[in-house]
Ligand binder design. Sequence first.
Ligand code: NFS
Ligand code: SF4
Length: 637
Amino acid sequence: MEQSKDRAVMVVIDGVKKAGYRFPLAWERYEAQLPQCSFGELGLCCRHCLQGPCRIDPFGDGPQHGVCGATADVMVARGVARAVAAGAASHAGHAKHVAHTLLRAARGEAKDYFVKDTAKLQAVARKAGVATEDKTPEAIALEVAEKALAEFSEREAPLAWTLSTLPEQRIVIFKKLGVLPYGVDSAISEVMHRTTYGVDAEPLNILLGAVKCAIADYTACHIATDLSDILFGTPGPVSARANLGVIKRDAVNIALHGHNPLLSDIMVQVAREPELLDRARAAGASGGINLVGICCTGNEVLMRHGVPLATSSVSQETAILTGAVDAMVVDYQCVMPSLASVAECYHSKLITTMPIAKIAGAQHFQFDEASAKETARRIVEAAIEAFHRRDPARVNIPDVSYSAVAGFSAEAIVGALARVSGEDPLKPLLDNIVSGNIAGVCLFAGCNTVKVTQDANYLAMVRELARNNVLILCTGCAAGTFARHGLMRPEATEEYAGPGLKGVLEAVGEVAGLGGPLPLVLHLGSCVDNSRAVDIAVAVAGKLGVDMDKLPVVASAPEPVTEKAVAIGTWAVALGIPTHVGVVPPIHGSRLVAGTLTAGIKELFGGYFIAESDPLKAAQALLAAIKERRRALGLAA
Ligand code: NFS
Ligand code: SF4
């Protein structure tokens, strides 16, 4: 199988092959794993106690129960629930990290952080129920941070961020089904409890536990987005470039990889300091210091500072293989441990920064918010030092990069629409949905995987949906894909949008002063910023006076990898959204679980999973879901 549809990625892979270097990359390591274990693929393997591992024979000839008596249904449901819990734990860790930093900033204990966006602070305070009259921004921020942190442990009441960001009808459904979380961390912990040896053995009950945890995950994502905006600013449209061609031969290149803006935003601030720039130039880097982003932290700095995006998840190793990345700085999540060995073959430094995410072979610079800039400066110095050792003969930077317009936060979208229809900004969006110029909305989210030729599913699906006048939103590595392929440009609108959609994107782009149409896909940010998509959907639902499961809104993770993607997909379904996954998670060992997630769950929440590996069939399924909803709303389909 071809590794990637991304020309730049292929140039780099071919380059190292031709040069005779031997690096097994993710794709080769995957091949070495084949055939992967079918018990695992089906979800029919359990290791939750020391009597295991237990496996169930999918053909019915061998054992049908684990040692404790767990059935296939129980095993598969427990597997799904634990994946959701792990994903939620990641988002919760990220969100708490931001909340603690906001708290420390408000107390004056983290001098490099401060309230940057007071309007967002006010808005979030309102949501969180924090009074703001006669208070300084710091005093408000302190209370908001405390409120946020209080969302994590078990409380007596449902969570402020869940209640204040979702429609009332959804909350009623959640309450009725017992899936309204009373604490983010406690919901995660509850899944671990109920899926351990000898606890919950009712598969549908376990799945409801997974849904509850997924709603907690949504809440954590929203907190992460809100508090990051307070500290670093709410994104607005910004132009940048994307793909490996943004790495510069004549500059000290530092790749920012991972997730949290706490580190990467500070890196951006420090890399602009004249003293460090002088040192880079003195070292022979006439182009100064060039920061590039990878994965979600790349999205964070792309949408707030226009930092170019180098590449995304599955191709992260190729950044180092250009031979011109002097340092790659990582925090946590989606960072392949293999980066250490790839970096070792070059002059590149892999720098870890978080106490919970060290990598053998990497250099560790402990990051503490109290001394953030100091650490960031030391990292830049280390990169300059590595630049001295770069071997120009091994540099192979593909000449591929596209311009991209990013940073469409909910606020930015409403702001752009307000220029069309001041007093009632959502009206043009609604009018165009009603008239059918916009058939519906699809949010693309999630990763790139070795199991699909990188980007292939995204590209096939987005063209098909856009041609059919579906408005496209994107986050995470989905956004990375579209940016790397030039689909986040106005030119892509001209090329791929159906006539109705094109007209809308042109009209809004003109009025919003972009000097051309809005890009074909609207970049909402990182994976936690899927919460921004929810904000938009909730506002539209409110305006239409319906719950979210009535909206012609769908979601897709065509190339998912992580447990975070499983958590996000699950909450999207719980919020009433038909959600496609292009790599089928290990659920097919249980007809009951697979059937519930792809069909039965619709009766409870309105949303459901569409598991389809063929991108064109997937696009058709999403279009059918959009049409079904349009008809139910009495709109022409
Ligand atoms: Ni989302 Fe971001 Fe990318 Fe997937 Fe990983 S970077 S949090 S999980 S791989 S989209
Ligand atoms: Fe086997 Fe049950 Fe233990 Fe799982 S929990 S390993 S099925 S005995």
